[in-house]
Design a protein around this ligand. Structure first.
Ligand code: GDD
Ligand code: MN
Length: 377
């Protein structure tokens, strides 16, 4: 039924009813898929009031052009074009926050998710579930569309994720689900904007008292274009797990920084021993080992810990210099604290560890802020 906005009995104009469901579809280079997908959606959703919101990260293949074209004659198809940003999770969140309907559904654009399931997902939420998850791992369907390697990674991820959230669901990494918009709105600021595991993140933020329905479907092979899931995505997921498990205290970056630091310490000792063995005097040996280790540590962190903000060329040179200066300060802090503690009669190893801990923390915090963060600007 049409709804009219009325003031003093005068019709101001026709106002369409808010949609029952907003379907959010993140896209990155899906030009060849969106047309067919929209055709499917229009057929599938005919019994509902709906809107579809594509969230495109400025795809080089200009997916947006196709979407704008279709949107000209079909205003229920909208498109958010994000510039200078990347990330599947962030795109989904932005789409959900732009949604008009109380029920939001998220699905991929590449036709791997079976659109025919959408009305059932919506119905499950209407029946009082907080989440309706389309699952690939439940009978009668078994996942067949992934390569053995992807399938193994996916299963391991599922296994870990099931233990990280309290709900025992078969596909916590599904990219195809429906939920209540208010639920997402309430936690939007806490959600991780990088990575692929949006459902997992939402579930782990929602706590244990949620009602979840699972609906099996057959995961199809991608029809056109290529998957954006790679080792970076897997790392981002690991990052999310570590952050969740330690309540945000430990990040994957910190772990890598510590690992690089420990490797650096071993290198330092090896260099020192080698230099002493060749008869170099201690001060010179220690100084050489320190300088070499500092440069190697910087390179290691630049390569691994901050791989997403890697410094190159002149940035690399400037990075080494600032890094070395900051870490020298860190060494001074380290020695200062250790000496102070030792003097007030702490055991030598407590004093040593405390100094190293504070010095290391200093190195981590200040180099993160002053060496690599500059690359982001
Ligand atoms: N806006 C935006 N930004 N969209 C993106 C981005 C991004 O950075 N990266 C990927 N997408 C879009 C793709 O265009 C596609 O519509 C959807 O997100 C999923 O990307 P795929 O690259 O097709 O992912 P997949 O098939 O490998 O991964 C599927 O399975 C995973 C579990 O194994 C997806 O369903 C994931 O959501 C799911 O976690
Ligand atoms: Mn896909």
């Amino acid at each position: 039924m049409d709804v009219f906005l009325q003031i003093d009995g005068a019709k101001l104009g026709q106002v369409l009813q808010a949609p029952d469901v907003s379907v959010i579809i993140p896209t990155l280079n899906e030009r060849d898929n969106v047309g067919m997908l929209i055709g499917h959606l229009i057929a599938t959703l005919h019994g509902l009031n709906w809107e579809v919101i594509f969230v495109d990260d400025d795809s080089p293949d200009r997916t947006v052009e196709v979407l704008r074209d279709i949107g000209r004659t079909e205003p229920r198809i909208r498109c958010i074009r994000r510039v200078g940003r990347r990330g599947l999770a962030g795109a989904c969140i932005e789409g959900m926050l732009a949604a008009q309907a109380d029920i939001v559904a998220v699905m991929d654009a590449d036709l791997q998710h079976d659109h025919r399931l959408l009305p059932d997902l919506v119905a499950a939420i209407r029946q009082g579930n907080d989440f309706a998850i389309a699952t690939r791992y439940s009978l009668p369907y078994q996942e067949t569309a992934l390569s053995p390697c992807r399938s193994a990674i996916s299963r391991i991820g599922t296994f870990v994720a099931q233990r990280a959230i309290s709900a025992r669901i078969t596909d916590p990494m599904s990219g195809f689900f429906a939920t209540r918009r208010d639920l997402v709105e309430a936690m939007a600021s806490r959600l991780n904007k990088q990575g692929f595991k949006i459902l997992f993140d939402i579930l782990s933020n929602a706590g244990p008292d949620v009602r979840i329905a699972e609906l099996p479907y057959r995961f199809a092979t991608r029809s056109a274009g290529e998957s954006k899931m790679d080792h970076r995505v897997a790392l981002q997921f690991l990052e999310l797990l570590v952050a969740k498990a330690t309540r945000g205290v430990v990040s994957l970056r910190l772990i890598f920084f510590v690992l690089v630091g420990v490797a650096g310490l071993a290198l330092h000792m090896a260099l020192l021993v080698a230099a002493l063995a060749t008869g170099t005097d201690f001060a010179r040996a220690q100084a050489t080992a320190t300088v070499v280790t500092m440069i190697v540590n910087f390179s290691g962190n630049n390569l691994v810990t901050y791989r997403d903000q890697r410094l190159r060329g002149r940035g690399f040179l400037r990075g080494v210099l600032i890094y070395s200066a900051l870490c020298s300060l860190g060494a001074a802090v380290n020695v200062g604290i250790a000496t102070a503690l030792f003097t007030v009669a702490g055991p030598w190893w407590v004093a040593g560890l405390a100094g190293a801990f504070v010095g290391g923390l200093w190195n981590y915090v200040v180099t993160q802020a002053l060496v690599w963060n500059r690359a982001r600007a």
